[in-house]
Design a protein around this ligand. Structure first.
Ligand SMILES: [Zn+2]
Ligand SMILES: [Zn+2]
Length: 174
């Protein structure tokens, strides 16, 4: 959804509160799409803070279907968002400001989906686990070790060991 910001940018001390639907149906994170399961409307407070400038305060709750880092099972994560951002109209923004808001401002219009999507990506958890002591998948046969042991000798039965394996994997990616 696009919201025209022209009046907020130009009218001194103007402040409007809007409740708009979130049209977003998935979040793209590191090239992968994650489904949105539930979402609340977005509450926006748009306030003029000077010629061509506005502050945006946003609130929303979004449930996203993530995947456990270890066993790939689906994990539902609720993002409760409450944040603010600054918007500068294209005619007064300097280069750096244009860079910062690229993605949620399209000319004089606020792209609500991009604003929310950016914030969810910022809040993305470092580690996603279906449960603290998830045993993960066997690296040889792929069996879900939460459902029982397999016969391979490389499986990691101890959750403390699984945590260490995570650190190994993370370091490898760097
Ligand atoms: Zn898991
Ligand atoms: Zn196995």
């Amino acid at each position: 959804m696009l919201i025209n910001m022209t009046d907020v940018f130009t009218e001194e001390e103007k402040s409007v509160v809007k409740e708009v639907p979130l049209e977003l149906t998935s979040i793209c994170f590191q090239g992968e799409d994650f489904r949105i399961l539930e979402k609340s409307p977005v509450t926006l407070t748009l306030t003029n803070t000077g010629q061509g400038r506005a502050s945006i305060e946003a609130e929303a709750a979004v449930k996203v279907e993530l995947k456990c880092d270890r066993c790939l099972r689906e994990v539902t994560k609720e993002f409760t968002l409450q944040f603010s951002a600054q918007a500068v109209s294209p005619d007064v923004a300097d280069e750096q400001e244009q860079d910062e808001e690229r993605g949620f401002l399209e000319g004089y219009q606020l792209n609500v989906d991009s604003l929310i999507s950016n914030e969810i990506i910022t809040c993305w958890p470092m580690k996603i686990l279906c449960k603290e002591d998830c045993k993960g998948l066997c690296s040889v046969c792929g069996k879900d070790l939460n459902e029982g042991k397999c016969d391979c000798d490389t499986f990691v039965p101890d959750p403390r060991m699984a945590a260490i394996m995570d650190i190994f994997r993370e370091n490898k990616e760097v």
